[in-house]
Design a protein around this ligand. Structure first.
Ligand SMILES: *Cc1c(COP(=O)(O)O)cnc(C)c1O
Length: 454
């Protein structure tokens, strides 16, 4: 697509956008009567307007029926997770039996670790991204300790090469191979929360399996963002939250994927609860845990109806829009943001990095002696430029006083998010952000850097 930096062009893209009407299905935050440009869908997705009715339905059934709501409600609570499976499975590219919605993300990560991190004295290492989301770091660290290992020894961290911000797949694969004899688990994000880099989950999974390791992914920043194919990629397990790209409310429920190769394996150790027990016998209150087939067999507790009601309503909109369509728009939308950001620093001479052939145009430059140097531009987009290596989000590092730019954008009615120590993350999401939203970011950035902030 040949982009143009004009309002008319942005509005034309909105006019041609087959998903444009979904914006009206969400509450867009306002300030002083003006609709904000919301860019924090990667942190807390916006409220779908159908959420309220979904909760009211359950409140009404509870008021009307009391305990009988479990069987006689419009959506009987006893079977509530069944109503979410299929649509959640479509979002992550799984068979419905491979998915269950329950608990919260970090809880589910630990539950999966119980089943899939089964270290032996010889094979006990976990490979993960350095600077992964803190909850994931703490989970891996304490899991290693729980099994009697020293986390400094058991956890291998993937660190970008000198002068680079993101990981190269070849380096990830090399690390997996280097540890072919002691690697138990590859546990990475699907999309890194900080850099916005999307990992090649299919290739990483293959490499993990080739050395006899398990491949698990935390999809907090990938679910509802990338067009995932967990089943076809043969991922072993995955977890995600529902409140980021999946718009299901603060502290919302979480999703789990267990590959069907494992789902019916009753020998896998697991921490069980009554909701994972064979549904037909659940209320017989008998001794002896007999897991349900598939991911449902990992459930612990009876369903949290209210967060799940919101999630159900939100998933209806994903089902209607379709992940493939959302992803198509997302590439266009984030591509447009990248184009506009590059336009702000247009004229600076940047070149592809010839040593790698990677399209690092916004990372590498040459100094007066023609030596490659880290770019000395007002800001750097650290998210990969290749659409296959990113989702919605672009992360930028501002050379000087990033917090000041962040505050300026906020004063202009734009809501990006700030991550310590120095990153501004912008996530235009295809469900409710418009091309005009993205155009406004470009205008504000141009304004800011035309003043005295270079
Ligand atoms: C958002 C996020 C979390 C948050 O975990 P909760 O248990 O939902 O609080 C964990 N891991 C990653 C990678 C995240 O992006």
């Amino acid at each position: 697509m040949e982009y143009q930096n004009t309002l008319a062009f942005a509005q034309q893209l909105d006019k041609e956008d087959p998903l444009a009407s979904f914006r009206n299905q969400y509450y867009l935050p306002q300030k002083d009567g003006k609709t904000l440009v919301y860019l924090c869908g990667n942190s807390l997705g916006l409220q779908p307007k159908n959420a309220r009715a979904a909760i009211e339905q359950e409140l009404n059934d509870w008021a009307r029926l009391g305990v009988d709501g479990h069987f006689d409600g419009k959506n009987p609570w006893m079977y509530y997770h069944h109503f979410l499976n299929e649509k959640a499975a479509h979002v992550v590219g799984a068979n419905p039996s491979e998915v269950v919605i329950m608990n919260n993300l970090t809880t589910n990560l630990h539950l999966m670790m119980v089943s899939f991190y089964r270290p032996t004295p010889a094979r006990y290492k976990i490979l993960m991204e350095a600077s992964a989301f803190p909850s994931d770091q703490y989970a891996m660290e304490t899991q290693a300790r729980f099994h009697g290992f020293n986390p400094d020894d058991a956890i291998i961290e993937l660190i970008p090469r000198e002068g680079e911000y993101t990981l190269r797949t070849e380096d990830i694969l090399a690390k997996i191979n280097a540890h072919k004899n002691d690697l138990a688990l590859v546990m990475m994000g699907g999309v890194n929360y900080y850099t916005g880099q999307a990992f090649d989950m299919k290739t990483i999974t293959e490499a993990a399996h080739a050395v006899g390791a398990i491949a698990g992914f935390d999809l907090a920043h990938a679910a509802g963002n990338l067009h995932l194919q967990l089943h076809n990629w043969d991922v072993d397990f995955a977890v995600w939250c529902s409140y980021k790209y999946l718009n299901s409310g603060p502290g919302g429920t979480s999703g789990v994927f267990v590959n069907e190769r494992h789902g019916n394996n009753q020998d896998l150790p697991r921490f069980a609860g009554w909701w994972g027990h064979d549904e037909k016998e659940r209320f017989k209150m008998k001794k002896g845990f007999k897991p349900m087939q598939g991911a449902a067999g990992w459930q612990l507790s009876n369903a949290q109806i209210f967060p799940m009601a919101i999630h159900k309503a939100s998933l209806d909109l994903f089902e209607e829009a379709g992940m493939a369509n959302l992803r198509k728009k997302s590439e266009l939308l984030t591509g447009y943001l990248e184009y506009l950001l590059m336009d702000v620093i247009h004229g600076e001479s940047t070149i592809p990095d010839p040593s790698t052939g990677r399209d690092a145009i916004h990372r590498i430059s040459r100094d007066a002696t023609n030596k490659l140097v880290k770019m000395d531009l007002p800001f750097t987009i650290i998210t990969p430029s290749n659409p296959a290596e990113r989702g919605c989000q672009l992360s930028i590092i501002v050379k000087k006083d990033g917090r000041k730019l962040f505050d300026y954008l906020q004063s202009q009615g734009i809501l990006p998010d700030w991550r310590e120590p120095d990153v501004i993350r912008m996530s235009p999401v295809p469900m409710y952000n418009s091309f005009e939203d993205v155009y406004k970011i470009g205008e504000s950035m141009k304004q800011y850097f035309s003043i005295d902030n270079m």
